[in-house]
Design a protein around this ligand. Structure first.
Ligand SMILES: NC(=O)c1ccc[n+]([C@@H]2O[C@H](COP(=O)([O-])OP(=O)(O)OC[C@H]3O[C@@H](n4cnc5c(N)ncnc54)[C@H](OP(=O)(O)O)[C@@H]3O)[C@@H](O)[C@H]2O)c1
Length: 265
């Protein structure tokens, strides 16, 4: 699918980080963007500075099914259809399972995993009716290889991965396709609320890959109908090594990230 003038694109988690960078890139190409997140004022401010006319879908929690269904319907009506839906909204709580509250576990499950289900299920009938369109699901490298303190986060990202892998095949012959996205560490606000307690294997932060480079890779992936997009490329290598031998994945992580990334021998 070509991304350009006339593309009607719905992006969840558009107020910050990867979603915002993607919304900026899409708008620069002439797309009409549905900007969805909880924070209305940030989305209004973004819509004001983007070129073109966009649809602000503020006050929407992707973990609330009715709220997502309403927002997707509003966007389809205002834009006259949907060509691209990007399930990107997500959050983290990096904590040991034995210390993590079940509330945090449920929140990640609701927002990262069920948020993807609600977003894709709400938009899919419109895409199928049109016989054209593209779905993007932003998972994580953690969906290929989970890390200590990110057990539940990784589980939600693996759930997205399996969902997307199967759905891409289910969509064969419909005119609709799907691309999975596996970011590594990208410089966004994802961990701002937990900066003081990040695990020592974590090497992200302001010097990680910029969100706009991730957004460019996503657009290329959509245009090339890629099955998946990995950024930075080391994420693909880690996934491949872990898939062949988890023990070799452990060794690779200890070399790259130190013993805390895979302490058990
Ligand atoms: N940054 C990384 O290193 C990295 C690595 C791998 C994967 N990812 C994935 O990339 C995606 C985007 O993350 P990011 O790094 O760009 O994080 P971010 O800067 O924190 O942005 C997250 C976005 O999601 C929205 N959001 C969070 N909870 C929401 C909810 N319940 N309902 C609606 N919107 C919600 C936020 O907006 P509001 O708070 O206004 O709702 C914000 O726009 C996530 O799925 C994340 O798991 C990121």
């Amino acid at each position: 699918m070509n991304v350009g003038a006339g593309t009607r694109a719905l992006v969840t988690g558009a107020s910050r980080g990867i979603g915002r960078a993607l919304a900026e890139r899409l708008a620069a190409r002439g797309a009409t963007v549905g900007l969805l997140a909880r924070s209305e004022s940030e989305l209004e401010a973004l819509a004001d500075v983007l070129p073109g006319d966009h649809v602000v879908l503020g006050g929407v929690d992707v973990g609330d099914r009715a709220s997502v269904e309403g927002a997707v319907a509003r966007f389809a009506e205002r834009a006259g259809g949907i060509d691209l839906v990007v399930s990107n909204a997500g959050l983290t709580h990096y904590e040991l399972v034995r210390e993590q509250s079940v509330d945090h576990m449920e929140e990640m499950t609701r927002v990262n995993w069920l948020g993807t289900v609600y977003t894709v299920k709400s938009a899919l009938p419109t895409l199928l009716r049109q016989g054209s369109g593209h779905v993007v699901v932003v998972s994580s490298g953690a969906g290929h290889r989970s890390f200590p303190q990110a057990a539940v986060y990784g589980a939600t990202k693996a759930a997205q991965r399996m969902f997307g892998e199967a759905l891409r095949h289910e969509l064969a012959g419909t005119g609709v396709s799907l691309t999975m996205v596996y970011p590594g560490e990208i410089a966004t606000s994802l961990h701002d609320h937990e900066k003081e307690r990040m695990p020592s294997w974590y090497k992200g932060g302001p010097n990680a890959a910029p969100a706009r480079s991730m957004a460019d890779k996503i657009i290329t992936g959509i245009e090339e109908d890629a099955r998946s997009v990995y950024h930075p490329p080391i994420v693909r290598l880690l996934g491949a090594v872990h898939g062949l031998s988890p023990a070799a994945g452990d060794r690779m992580l200890r070399i790259l990230r130190g013993p805390s990334a895979a302490p058990r021998r």
